[in-house]
Design a protein around this ligand. Structure first.
Ligand SMILES: Cc1cc2nc3c(=O)[nH]c(=O)nc-3n(C[C@H](O)[C@H](O)[C@H](O)COP(=O)(O)OP(=O)(O)OC[C@H]3O[C@@H](n4cnc5c(N)ncnc54)[C@H](O)[C@@H]3O)c2cc1C
Length: 373
């Protein structure tokens, strides 16, 4: 029977980042991924490395997102050196645009509360009025009431990042197998785990379940209820135009090649990841309200994809109760957190313990419904 030090279930952005981090820690790492038809958030996202506005009521998440963004330049340079793949990461700074006075009022309150919660530690986001937004993102429509700015935000080519991680895995000594969905997990008396994959048995000392929406059935195999569910997002892409936006935003961003990405819906439609007219209309309406000139551009592509959401939107990092050596890793901002997953979380898993600084991300928080929002 083939044995690995650690098996990572899932080679989306989260599994791949954690597996890469584990391999660079010297662990014999085997990554098992589902079929090509699997639903993959990592292939359908917006590509923001976004920090600001996050972590209300959850300071560890605000710190964790910032820590990841702070590592990103170095992390993507490392991937490039190993694989030759440029992930296109740019820390451009980000504008959070609000449409209408009511939305702006709510946003002002959010930013004020984030500043208050951060206290002396500080929170790096400032409010912008219309004139200030127009200076950094020219062409705003009359409905844009204001917004906020943080220089911590940026963007990456998420497909290039996934590709770079997949190429970096063998370079770091890890093996990745596709079309290898794990169908059974059994703890071995005395330690370790045995997995069934396409009828074959595989053994490992440690196990990381990082399979997106697949975390729920895989966690259940070890008796853990992993509360993740789908949330559909739809995105539109325009034809390429001359450089227009130097910074990124929550509603639109321009790729280095010139396309404008417009997004993103948030829909509770189960496992349906198709685009539909209502979603496309909503995305187009938000984007063209923010920037009326976009109405004159041709849309060349659209897609839908499923976010992997926990009830409060924050990650779950946890050693499965009763199964030392088995971990669950899932998050809805897997692009933003990729650097932290590879550089900070993977070493903790390699050491066999998720430390106190990440204790807030245990799923035990859901036992107290008061913490949900
Ligand atoms: C529209 C949209 C926009 C987004 N925008 C952003 C953004 O701007 N910034 C950001 O940070 N995040 C964004 N996200 C979120 C981000 O894409 C996800 O957090 C991230 O991709 C999740 O990665 P994952 O690896 O957990 O899941 P997935 O990419 O879904 O991958 C899960 C993998 O697990 C595998 N798997 C499942 N079951 C098994 C099994 N039994 N055995 C083995 N393998 C299995 C599947 O084959 C799959 O490859 C967005 C998401 C969406 C949908």
């Amino acid at each position: 029977m083939k044995r690995a030090d650690v098996v990572v279930c899932g080679a989306g952005i989260i599994g791949a980042a954690v597996a890469y981090g584990l391999a660079t820690q010297g662990l014999r790492t085997l990554v098992l991924d589902g079929p090509d038809t699997a639903k993959r958030a990592s292939r359908g996202n917006f590509g923001l490395v976004w920090v600001h506005g996050k972590g209300l009521g959850m300071r560890p998440y605000a710190r964790w997102s910032l820590a990841s963004a702070d590592l990103y330049t170095d992390f993507t340079a490392e991937l490039r050196a190993r694989t030759g793949v440029d992930c296109g990461y740019r820390r451009t700074g980000g504008v959070w645009l609000t449409l209408g006075e009511q939305e702006f009022a709510g946003h002002k309150e959010l930013i004020a509360r984030l500043h208050a919660e951060a206290g002396a530690e500080g929170y790096r986001a400032e409010l912008l009025d219309r004139a200030a937004i127009e200076r950094v993102m020219p062409g705003i429509g009359p409905t844009v009431a204001g917004g906020s700015w943080s220089e911590d935000d940026g963007e990456v080519n998420p497909l290039a990042l996934l590709h770079a991680l997949h190429r970096a895995l063998p370079a770091a000594g890890a093996e990745r197998r596709t079309d290898c969905a794990v169908s059974a997990i059994r703890p071995v008396p005395g330690g370790g785990f045995e997995l069934t994959v396409n009828g074959e048995q595989l053994g490992c000392e440690r196990l990381v379940i990082a399979a997106g929406l697949g975390c729920r059935p895989l966690g259940a195999m070890l008796g853990m209820a992993v509360p993740v569910g789908p949330d559909r997002g739809q995105v539109l892409v325009t034809e390429r135009i001359a450089p227009r936006f130097q910074v990124t935003s929550n509603l639109v961003r321009q790729t280095p090649e010139g396309s404008i990405l417009m997004g993103v819906t948030s829909e509770d439609v189960g496992e349906d990841d198709r685009v539909d007219r209502a979603g496309i209309r909503q995305v187009a309406r938000m984007a063209t309200t923010a920037f009326p000139f976009l109405a004159g551009l041709r849309v060349v592509r659209s897609w839908g994809a499923l976010r992997v959401m926990t009830p409060d939107g924050y990650p779950i990092y946890e050693q499965i109760p009763g199964h030392p050596g088995a971990f669950v890793v899932t998050a809805h901002s897997g692009i933003t957190l990729a650097a932290a997953h590879a550089r900070l979380l993977a070493p903790a898993i390699a050491a066999g313990k998720i430390g106190d600084e990440l204790a807030a991300f245990s799923s035990r928080r859901f036992e107290n419904a008061q913490t949900l929002h």
